[in-house]
Ligand binder design. Structure first.
Ligand SMILES: NC(=O)c1ccc[n+]([C@@H]2O[C@H](COP(=O)([O-])OP(=O)(O)OC[C@H]3O[C@@H](n4cnc5c(N)ncnc54)[C@H](OP(=O)(O)O)[C@@H]3O)[C@@H](O)[C@H]2O)c1
Length: 251
């Protein structure tokens, strides 16, 4: 998997949680990493830590709900680092409400961040990959909610189901360019997206209902990310949505 070294990797949602971890893992593997999100100070701190560990990262602020922002970020990365080789399409939010009470604003925020943004980030990255003519790897971040309902988060699950289909569409159309598109679909992992929930009674009840009564940690996805981001090792993997959920879907 050492062929990640020297590649240009763009990680969206790199300011916390899984994205921050993905950025560190790719930098450790020798990729030059472009860090995108809205909280710029967080990205700057991460870039400094990556540099201190001997890696290279640049901060490319972006609001993933704005297509113009996504395109500007992609252009900046290409100008500063060269064409994107690896995109980790990770930025995402969650909003909770019962179906009958879901507001239009929250619906739009979830769909724009979790489905429209990833589509246009992948498009911008793939345009560069196609022009550069050396293929690439797109890793979309789905969820167990790509395949099953979760309580009071219908638009989130609808968007994540869209990510699974988007992954197949991209695999089908961009495979001929040497671009492999796959999705990682995690189960419950403790990050900021869960907010205070895991400390509440309802959160503890949910953990107690999980097959091994535990949450995952961001590092639990390291190997899957490295596999799907690699050139040779992922050669024959295209259009897959791989669940990493500690057995939850099987329960
Ligand atoms: N944790 C889990 O249990 C779990 C399970 C399945 C799937 N996922 C998925 O994993 C991905 C990462 O989530 P996480 O768990 O790491 O949560 P997190 O800690 O809340 O991270 C979310 C990231 O997305 C970024 N983001 C949100 N809205 C954005 C916007 N409009 N523009 C740019 N960046 C934006 C945030 O950065 P800024 O706020 O700085 O912009 C942050 O870096 C999401 O797609 C999530 O749906 C998580």
């Amino acid at each position: 998997m050492s062929d990640i070294a020297g590649k240009v990797a763009w990680v969206t949602g790199a300011s916390s949680g899984l994205g921050e971890r993905f950025a560190r893992v790719l930098a450790d593997a020798g990729a030059v990493v472009a860090l995108s999100a809205r909280r710029v100070e967080r990205l700057q701190a991460l870039a400094a830590e990556i540099a201190a560990a001997g890696g290279r990262a640049v901060v490319v602020p972006m609001d993933a709900t704005l297509v113009a922002d996504i395109r500007a970020a992609a252009e900046r990365i290409e100008a500063e680092l060269g064409a994107v080789d690896i995109l980790v399409n990770n930025a995402g939010i969650s909003r909770q409400a019962r179906l009958e009470a879901f507001s239009e604003g929250d619906f739009d925020a979830v769909l724009d961040t979790n489905l429209k943004g990833p589509f246009f980030a992948a498009q911008a990255a793939a345009q560069q990959m196609i022009r550069a003519g050396r293929g690439g790897r797109i890793v979309n971040i789905g969820s167990i909610a790509s395949f099953r309902t979760i309580g009071h988060q219908a638009p989130y699950a609808m968007a994540k189901a869209g990510i699974a289909m988007m992954t197949q569409c991209m695999a089908r159309e961009w495979g001929r360019h040497g671009i492999n598109t796959n999705a990682i679909c995690p189960g419950y992992i403790k990050t900021e997206i869960g907010g205070e929930f895991w400390g509440t009674e309802a959160g503890e009840k949910l953990v107690a209902s999980l097959p091994r009564r535990r949450l995952g940690e961001p590092r639990d996805l390291d190997a899957l990310l490295l596999l799907l981001a690699s050139g040779e090792a992922a050669r024959f993997i295209n259009g897959a949505a791989i669940v990493a959920d500690d057995g939850l879907m099987a329960f």
